[in-house]
Design a protein around this ligand. Structure first.
Ligand code: ADP
Ligand code: MG
Length: 547
């Protein structure tokens, strides 16, 4: 069948495909990409294993990750990957939803095209529908406040769905605590800069050992064995300079002809290092962390003073340390004063999976924190990281917008129904396009029902009838129970912005693809390849190199 389609739409070596053929081909590609991630949707979604040329594998349930790892060559395929990337960058979650929705919009558009409805009419209808849909999402949403930790935890949990399932509860608590630390008020608005939550991975232990550090974790060891391994109530100096003798200019010759001169030279070096250490001691620092090196002799002097030192720390870690401890980073030792020091309840070196790491923790009001992710294998740790990134994104978006929705296909169903009512008021051919948009939204509850092994048609019928009553507004698909029920009570809560962004991304790409009616190959390019197996690839469609 694949061969046939290929001949029909894009004969091998063809340089140009036009009109209906071009549209058909593009729609096919868009649907194939959506199909590749569809079965991962929701808590009962399946994982995909992606194997690259080198045999490296990734196992993931995350739409954006799967698509970015897949070798997709076709330009329309790439547009679909962009949808996932935009969704991820804008709101940090809902990537599968956006891509699946875009695929379904294309599928419905195909039917409209078959009924001889002009693409620009479809584009118009979709555009109106997107505006209305976002309005209905907003109307269906309810408020969430920063202090409502319980709801925020529910949001974290919902977005972690399908990933890191066994420890999702614990991880959600960590996410909310971390965000609580780093959230900042700017012009009266709460802002969460996700860069201020540092995720550090170490394979080993189990997911349950994953911990939040109210401060920063440095993947380095304390430089000298003679230094204490734990410092309480640490006063921390952050340096962007070496505690070393400045190298003489490369062409400077030092004439040393007698042993006395040599001794004098060494003495001078020692004195210089001693002065540096004294400057640190004088301001009362008990911990020195520098981005540069520390001379052996300087280490020795510091150890003698009981001062802990860590060297060659990354710039990004230095910035994070400054935010967590309140210290200023100093570039020349002469400038160092008491006011530049930061504070931490404890600085301790601990062995994690055999590597020494320095924990700068128990900071009072850290504006930057770390989460140390543990797990039995690299795959588990990586997937846990993706789960954390998603839920940090989801909770941040909820705080920023202050509005959330009931998930589990409930909000999609509600918006779909309202959109159908709206379509009737529009009339004409656009009505058909708006109705198609409304139907497309049903793909979310439908797919969730499928992943749970429920009958998709029965589920949709029940959902429609519930949503036609006032009390049915929050009814969705409980995939764990295999039941259609109120999902606000079942605590499946998602940020409004994830849903509105999905509408934006999906409708924009649909519009873009529908506007193309001519595919012309640039010079020197081979014809874009059809996915082998075309639309029949079903759940395992996500193999690399297929497009
Ligand atoms: P995405 O990449 O779109 O975020 P996910 O695999 O994370 O995809 O699935 C998100 C969907 O799963 C949302 O529609 C969300 O409402 C739904 N969902 C999450 N938790 C549950 C649950 N416990 N029961 C039913 N649906 C859920
Ligand atoms: Mg998600």
């Amino acid at each position: 069948m694949a061969e046939q389609q290929q001949d029909e739409f894009m004969p091998a070596g063809a340089k140009r495909t036009k009109g209906r053929d071009a549209q058909r081909l593009n729609i096919l590609i868009a649907r194939a990409v959506a199909q590749a991630v569809k079965s991962t949707l929701g808590p009962k979604g399946m994982d995909k294993m992606i194997v690259d040329d080198m045999g490296d594998t990734i196992v993931s349930n995350d739409g954006a990750t799967i698509l970015s790892e897949m070798a997709i060559e076709h330009p329309v395929g790439k547009m679909m990957v962009e949808v996932a990337k935009t969704q991820d960058a804008e709101v940090g979650d809902g990537t599968t939803t956006a891509v699946v929705l875009a695929g379904t919009l294309m599928e419905k558009a195909e039917k409209l095209l078959d009924d001889s409805i002009h693409p620009s009419l479809i584009v118009n209808g979709y555009r109106q529908a997107a505006v209305e849909a976002k309005k209905y999402y907003e109307e269906t949403a309810f408020d969430v406040s920063f202090s409502d930790k319980k709801t925020l935890r529910t949001i974290a949990l919902t977005s972690m769905t399908g990933k890191a399932a066994e420890s999702a509860e614990e991880l959600s608590t960590l996410v909310v605590a971390a965000i609580n630390n780093v959230a900042d008020k700017q012009n009266g608005k709460l802002i969460v800069d996700q860069d201020n939550i540092k995720l550090e991975k170490k394979t080993g232990g189990s997911l349950k050992d994953t911990e939040l550090i109210s401060g920063i974790l440095i993947d380095k060891e304390i430089v000298h064995t003679g230094m204490p391994r734990t410092i309480k109530d640490a006063k921390i100096a952050l340096l962007d300079m070496a505690l070393e003798i400045s190298e003489p200019e490369s062409d400077t010759k030092i004439e040393i002809s007698t042993p006395d001169q040599l001794q004098a030279f060494i003495d001078r070096e020692e004195k210089e290092l001693k002065t540096m250490v004294e400057a640190v001691k004088k301001v009362g620092a008990t911990v020195v962390i520098t981005q540069k090196g520390i001379d052996d002799l300087a280490q020795h002097y510091l150890a003698k003073e009981g001062i802990v030192a860590v060297r060659r720390v990354k710039k990004s870690d230095m910035d994070a340390l400054a935010r967590a401890t309140g210290a200023n980073v100093i570039t020349t030792i002469k400038e160092l004063s008491k006011a530049d020091l930061g504070n931490a309840g404890k600085v301790v070196e601990r062995k994690v999976a055999g590597d020494a790491m320095v924990f700068v923790q128990e900071c009072k009001n850290p504006k930057s924190v770390s989460i140390l992710i543990r797990g039995g294998t690299e795959h588990i740790v990586d997937e846990a990281e993706r789960a954390l990134v998603d839920s940090i994104g989801a909770v941040s978006s909820s705080i920023k917008v202050g509005k959330v929705l009931v998930g589990a296909g409930s909000c999609e169903m509600e918006v779909s129904m309202r959109l159908r009512d709206y379509a009737k008021t529009v009339g004409g051919r656009e009505q058909l396009a708006i109705e198609s948009f409304a139907e497309s939204l049903e793909i979310i509850p439908r797919t969730l029902a499928e992943t749970a092994g429920m009958d998709p048609i029965d589920s949709l019928v029940t959902l429609r009838s519930k949503h036609s009553t006032k009390s049915g507004k929050y009814v969705g698909v409980n995939v764990h129970k295999g039941k259609i029920e109120d999902m606000k009570n079942a605590k499946v809560i998602e940020p409004l912005s994830v849903k509105t962004q999905a509408i934006d991304s999906a409708s924009e790409v649909a519009e873009m693809i529908l506007r193309i009616d001519d595919i012309i190959l640039g010079s020197g390019k081979a014809a874009p390849q059809m996915p082998p197996g075309g639309m029949d690839m079903g759940g395992m469609g996500g193999m690399p190199g297929m497009m």
